[in-house]
Ligand binder design. Structure first.
Ligand SMILES: Nc1ncnc2c1ncn2[C@@H]1O[C@H](COP(=O)(O)OP(=O)(O)O)[C@@H](O)[C@H]1O
Ligand SMILES: [Mg+2]
Length: 366
């Protein structure tokens, strides 16, 4: 997967810029708050269907403008593709593939694949479970389009079920029936999603071990396992997982009503990441946690290649300055044969390389 060019119009602080990229390493550099990350945001929107940092799409529209546009030209194994998006103050967001409007965002997810690495991702080991779930969801969505639909359905049922669990007792008559229906649906969806997550986590475990070994002296062995309400250690089948959730919902109904919330399901999943059998959240040093985070990002790229036959594009947002010399060198040497777009305030790191250097000032290329 190689990006050819991006074009941004009224996107954040960028009035109108077209930037071409080379197949290897591209460095976007400039002072702080000039628009470097905005460019990555304009690219990554096609990997995820939305911004990686704005909670509302409208934040992407340049102050005082009506609409923002981003256009991405890239090549994947099936040939050249152009994806576009229009974000307007007055209309819903619209995606285009080769100038033809697509009806749902999920139709374009998976077409452009990228691994994004931001400084905040370095905290993935110590962050809350939701951050690790989001890592899984974003990574898997790019590989399995159906996964997004399953998640959306699941979240919808959770919302409805929680609303029922919060109802006043006076409305109790049909509560039981409704809960039964939602419990059935959630158990089936949890089973389906669990199987997909489990498959992904097994590959993650394999690749994190590989990269971590490379980065350290090999004495410490990490393990990444699936931490869920059901245990997949013994390779449960979809049906077994479904039954497990059904029985959990059945036995905990009183408690769920008391808390007004669904206590079991894949929205509680986590990744368990150990080093030599000890919980890395509690016992790993900050350096080890960073190496694990790095290994997980590199692993994300390898798994994407395994599933699709080609490497995704790597977008590194200002992470090099956060890493010590050894880890910096490691990452620079391992991205050698991939397309990478790096943002940085310190272009001198790249003096000895032969990269495509892109300087950004006040939202413009200079
Ligand atoms: N919707 C917007 N319209 C205009 N400018 C914006 C908008 N959103 C953010 N900005 C500006 O973009 C700049 C930050 O860009 P960013 O890409 O994060 O900088 P950096 O070069 O440090 O990565 C800030 O100056 C901010 O004010
Ligand atoms: Mg930035």
């Amino acid at each position: 997967m190689k990006i050819k060019s991006t074009e941004l119009i009224s996107f954040r602080n960028i009035e109108s810029e077209a930037i071409e990229f080379s197949d290897g390493v591209n460095v976007i550099y400039g002072d702080n708050a000039q628009g470097k990350t905005n460019i990555l945001e304009g690219i990554y929107i096609f990997a995820r269907g939305r911004s990686f940092r704005a909670s509302k799409d409208k934040e992407l529209i340049k102050f005082g403008s009506q609409s923002a546009y981003s256009l991405l030209k890239f090549e994947n194994s099936s040939g050249p593709v152009t994806l576009g998006v229009e974000i307007s103050q007055s209309k819903p967001k619209a995606f285009y593939r080769n100038n033809v409007r697509v009806s749902r965002t999920s139709e374009i997810i998976g077409e452009f694949r990228a691994v994004l690495f931001c400084p905040s991702h370095l905290g993935i080991i110590s962050d809350s479970p939701s951050v690790r779930r989001s890592f899984l969801d974003v990574a898997i969505s790019q590989l399995k389009p159906n996964y997004i639909r399953l998640l959306a359905k699941y979240n919808n049922y959770i919302m409805n079920r929680n609303a029922v669990l919060k109802r006043e007792e006076s409305e109790e008559s049909n509560i039981k029936q409704l809960l039964d229906v939602y419990s059935e649906e959630l158990s089936s969806l949890s089973a389906e999603i669990s199987i997909i997550r489990d498959e992904y986590i097994r590959r993650l475990d394999y690749w994190v071990k590989e990269f971590f070994k490379d980065m350290t002296d090999g004495k410490e062995i990490p393990t990444v396992t699936y931490d869920a309400n059901h245990s997949l250690k013994d390779s449960r089948s979809k049906e077994e997982i479904r039954e497990k959730y059904l029985s959990l919902y059945c036995s905990s109904r009183e408690r769920e009503i008391k808390y007004g919330s669904t206590l079991y399901g894949i929205h509680k999943d986590d990744l368990k990441i150990d080093i030599n059998g000890r919980d890395s959240r509690l016992y790993a040093s900050q350096g080890q946690q960073r190496s694990l985070a790095l290994a997980m990002k590199m692993a994300e790229g390898e798994i994407s290649r395994e599933y699709t036959g080609e490497y995704p594009v790597f977008l590194l947002d200002d992470v090099l300055s956060e890493l010590d010399e050894r880890r910096k060198q490691y990452i620079l040497s391992s991205i050698d044969n991939k397309q990478v777009i790096i943002t940085t305030c310190e272009p001198s790191v790249f003096d000895s390389y032969n990269e495509n250097m892109i300087r950004i000032k006040e939202g413009r290329r200079i």
